[in-house]
Design a protein around this ligand. Structure first.
Ligand SMILES: [Fe+2]
Length: 333
């Protein structure tokens, strides 16, 4: 596959599993285009043109020609300087893919957070409230990431001539959609049942062995779930702590997230929301795995790294943890 085909596949799958409708995403892109057309020549020069076609500004090709043919990739949660050097040292990696955003994708992390407002709205929070609360949080995130040395790892990739990409929200959407379908199918009534459903998912089972399995941050196993919301699996990073009160008023009993800060946990507790924290790296792994299964079907060799819990779902040993299908230093087929 060419680099651009891998990238386009990720965006296509991310859009397909996005909680927003196709129309909502198309309208959003149309509005970006309208804004772009009104810009001055000078403003157009620095405008990020990827935003015209890609709704996930945290998922990008960071280095490498789009037509370069790829046979083997190394993908993991945080693929930065060390992992790029590792890929170079292994000597048989054609492309490094990081899940967490790097470079321009990190600088644009706040741009994907608008997705959360639409998801909250789907769960019954009025859009004006969701947008109002998120606006403050989005500006906090934008300021938070603005001071970092965004391009450090991208420069390593450039100097090593190692093709480099990151796929964040595109993969998180796959995880969110998978979890939603799995939970809705089983329709748990009690928090204990919900935790058991999560614990049966291979990535979470493997994470539990690493002492990082699903945990209950607020509530108890004997609590009723009420309506379950998956508001915190995709959409960049943690939203506003003030949202839990609003979610409770909108009829939500339980929130499932990847991770939760103390501030957010306290706010969820105060709002009587059960907070089921599935696990960060394990939840990230679910989305990445669903994407990697599609790449493997197309003949791409996968080398998992940087904490990724690789589980395949498209083969006979369905849903089994498998560290890698490639031995270190094995030559490409
Ligand atoms: Fe993550």
């Amino acid at each position: 596959m060419k680099i651009k085909e891998i990238y386009e596949l990720a965006i296509k799958l991310g859009r397909k599993s996005d909680f927003r409708s196709k129309d909502q995403i198309d309208t959003l892109l149309k509005r970006v285009k309208e804004k772009y057309e009104k810009l001055s020549v000078k403003e157009k020069k620095v405008f990020d043109k990827q935003n015209l076609t890609n709704p996930y500004s945290d998922s990008r090709i960071l280095y490498g020609g789009p037509d370069k043919k790829i046979k083997r990739i190394m993908m993991g949660i945080d693929m930065k300087e060390a992992e790029l050097l590792l890929a170079d040292r292994l000597g048989n990696i054609d492309l490094v893919i990081s899940h967490h955003p790097v470079g321009i994708a990190l600088a644009g992390l706040d741009e994907v957070m608008a997705l959360q407002a639409d998801v909250l709205n789907q769960y019954g929070v009025p859009i004006n409230v969701a947008e109002g609360l998120l606006k403050k949080r989005i500006s906090e995130v934008a300021r938070g990431v603005s001071g970092s040395n965004h391009n450090r790892a991208v420069d390593v990739a450039r100097l090593l001539k190692m093709p480099y990409m990151c796929l964040h929200t595109a993969c998180d959407n796959l995880a969110a959609s998978y979890l939603k379908k799995t939970i809705e199918k089983k329709n748990p009534q009690y928090i204990g049942e919900l935790l058991d459903i999560l614990s049966d998912i291979s990535e979470y089972r493997e994470a539990a062995k690493r002492k990082a399995g699903p945990k209950l941050f607020t509530g108890s196993r004997n609590n009723r779930c009420g309506k379950i919301a998956l508001t915190e699996i995709t959409g960049g990073t943690e939203g506003s702590p003030e949202i839990y009160e609003r979610l409770a008023q909108a009829g939500i009993g339980t929130v499932i997230g990847m991770h939760m800060s103390e501030k957010h946990t306290e706010a969820a507790k105060k709002a009587h929301i059960n907070a089921v924290i599935a696990g960060h790296i394990s939840s990230d792994s679910i989305g990445i795995n669903l994407f990697l299964d599609e790449l493997e079907k197309k003949g791409i060799d996968i080398v998992p790294a940087s904490g990724l819990i690789r589980v395949k779902r498209n083969i006979k040993d369905n849903n089994k943890y498998q560290n890698s299908n490639v031995k270190p230093n094995q030559k490409p087929k």
